[in-house]
Ligand binder design. Structure first.
Ligand SMILES: Nc1nc2c(ncn2[C@@H]2O[C@H](COP(=O)(O)OP(=O)(O)OP(=O)(O)O)[C@@H](O)[C@H]2O)c(=O)[nH]1
Ligand SMILES: [Mg+2]
Ligand SMILES: [Zn+2]
Length: 293
């Protein structure tokens, strides 16, 4: 007899889908109708599974409200943007790109500045830039997380949380501490890169408690924000809004105009690094738009 149940895809390894249904993990295949790559289930999808003795089959994706292309994951509600104070050095351009994407997709971002033990001064400097403009910033030392584990856990509550950030910033270390074990390093097959380090190679959701999940993701060195139109990028730099009304022209690009309300605030209420990253991202998006044809 057929038995149809609903669950959430927590990981995918080649053609095998792992679906959590009522606190149990089912190994599933996916039905032929998902042949087309775009339609295949991804981690985070809510799916219908046909459970049978010999094999379980995903027969339908029933809910994909939102999805990130890279890392590929559906239905996330919160992005934990991890950077490290040192080793690797903080990549604020990457952070600003991800913040723009989070604003654009309306996913709540939280910034974690990890490895604060390696450079306290740098940690505070970065924290200052982002907390001033209204973002929640958590400083952490994943190797000695006891100090603020409760703060981190409380922000995760009732969310599908995705940890993202460059390779080596400490995402897996943080997640292992939060889950209080070594799931992402020792509990499963781990892949060592050329330098002999453990590095995450696929997206996986871990259940922290009912309605609370955490996704570890592979680090990346590029982050695509091609979905945003360059002309609208300023909307996703939240602190610019207040000053835009002071721009001389209503179609101000905030790039080359002299009498630009945003530019007048750079070094004052708008940090130089945020503004410079806005320009870099704007140019990147514009170039791509112009070379599309
Ligand atoms: N000093 C210090 N080292 C840390 C901290 N957090 C993580 N590390 C170390 O940084 C290295 C990289 O940590 P990972 O957790 O593997 O980094 P990741 O972000 O998961 O990297 P990828 O999986 O490659 O994306 C490891 O050697 C950790 O022990 C920290 O807060 N302080
Ligand atoms: Mg990792
Ligand atoms: Zn302007």
């Amino acid at each position: 007899m057929e038995n149809i149940k609903q669950g959430i895809v927590i990981s995918i390894i080649s053609n095998l889908f792992f679906v959590e249904i009522e606190n149990k993990i089912y190994e599933c295949n996916s039905r032929g109708i998902f042949k087309n790559k775009e339609e295949k289930p991804i981690v985070g999808d809510i799916v219908k599974v046909c459970i049978q003795e010999k094999q379980n089959t995903i027969i339908e994706i029933i809910n994909r409200k939102i999805f990130l292309k890279r890392p590929k994951i559906a239905n996330l509600t919160q992005l934990l943007l991890v950077i490290s104070a040192k080793n690797p050095k903080p990549d604020l351009l990457m952070l600003d790109k991800q913040l723009a994407i989070a604003e654009y997709l309306k996913i709540n971002p939280i910034i974690i500045i990890n490895k604060k033990d390696l450079d306290e001064k740098e940690t505070n400097k970065i924290a200052q830039i982002y907390s001033k403009i209204g973002y929640r910033v958590i400083k952490s030392n994943a190797k000695n997380i006891e100090e603020n584990i409760n703060e981190i856990k409380s922000v995760l509550h009732n969310n599908i949380n995705v940890f993202s950030g460059n390779s080596g910033v400490g995402k897996s270390t943080l997640i292992n501490r939060i889950l209080n074990n070594n799931v992402t390093q020792e509990g499963e097959i781990s892949y060592k890169n050329k330098k002999g380090k453990n590095t995450t190679t696929w997206v996986k959701l871990y259940k922290l408690e009912e309605n609370t999940y955490i996704a570890d993701t592979p680090g990346f060195s590029t982050f695509d924000i091609y979905e945003i139109n360059y002309k609208e990028l300023f909307k996703y730099f939240v602190e610019f809004e207040k000053y835009i009304k002071k721009c001389e022209f209503s179609d101000c690009t905030h790039i080359k105009e002299e009498a630009c309300g945003v530019k007048l605030e750079v070094g004052k209420n708008i940090s130089e690094s945020r503004y410079n990253n806005f320009k870099k991202i704007y140019i990147e998006l514009k170039d791509r738009e112009e070379h599309k044809w």
